[in-house]
Design a protein around this ligand. Structure first.
Ligand SMILES: [Zn+2]
Length: 251
């Protein structure tokens, strides 16, 4: 192949003249990269890739929900564009969702998928000036055919705000993972974590998720149910902590 096989998502969008979300057709983009995407029921992994020479076949689990299939396809294409030449990858749900923090092939593949399917160049202009609400995330998620979680993280990265409240247990991605990802984009953002799980109920002691969240960088925690004044107190404290941190960093 004449030109370099390792291209960034930005370079690919440029080459293909992609200017709006509806043009982000993952099969066409993969084809441009000499990779073909097949959809078949898979067990034990969400997607895999087999490459030989300059061609590859990506197989995506057809039983997964459409947004997951799309992200998995982008993830495998990331392996193809970033880690080509290494042995074949078979990527489990766990790898695709959880291994974001370390600098490993899974992280690079996730980053590639996110930059390709929610490219800042297209995402930021559409997100700009819109309130950070579930409705905004849903609208943008629909436009880009991406999950609420992936879209929400991107919105957090694109917009400015003072504080984030996050639940420990959420569908798609748990609060601990969300904290790690949000802090990758906004390291100084105060995050308050809340959970409704009863930690003192009998039987085996469940892990203390709120304590784990604080270790990951949450500045405050709340056990549900809580009263408005408790919420306001934790928020005030969180804002104060982060302002203190910024003052210390500046001084
Ligand atoms: Zn992978």
């Amino acid at each position: 192949m004449a030109d370099s096989p390792k291209k960034t998502p930005d370079e690919l969008l440029e080459e293909l003249g992609i200017k709006e979300p509806s043009q982000l057709k993952i099969e066409a983009i993969a084809f441009h990269c000499q990779a073909i995407i097949l959809y078949e029921p898979l067990t034990g992994c969400e997607a895999n890739i087999v490459g030989k020479g300059d061609r590859a076949i990506i197989t995506v689990n057809s039983n997964a929900i459409p947004t997951r299939q799309r992200f998995s396809a982008g993830h495998e294409l990331g392996h193809w564009m970033k880690d080509r030449g290494q042995s074949a990858f078979g990527c489990t749900d766990r790898q695709i969702e959880s291994e974001w923090t370390a600098n490993n092939p899974e992280t690079r593949a996730n980053q590639f998928a996110s930059d390709l399917l929610l490219p800042p160049k297209l995402f930021v202009p559409l997100a700009k000036g819109r309130p950070i609400t579930v409705e905004t995330v849903r609208d943008l998620g629909q436009a880009f055919q991406m999950s609420l979680t992936a879209t929400g993280i991107k919105l957090v990265a694109a917009e400015d705000f003072d504080l984030l409240l996050v639940d420990v247990f959420m569908p798609g991605m748990d609060g601990l993972e969300t904290i790690k990802q949000v802090h990758r984009h906004k390291p100084g953002l105060p995050i308050i974590v809340m959970s409704g799980l009863s930690f003192s109920s009998g039987g085996a002691q469940p892990p203390d998720f709120l304590a784990m969240a604080c270790k990951l960088g949450a500045v405050g925690d709340l056990k549900k149910p809580f009263r408005p004044r408790e919420l306001l107190a934790v928020i005030a404290e969180g804002l104060e902590t982060s302002a203190g941190g910024r003052r210390a960093a500046a001084g």
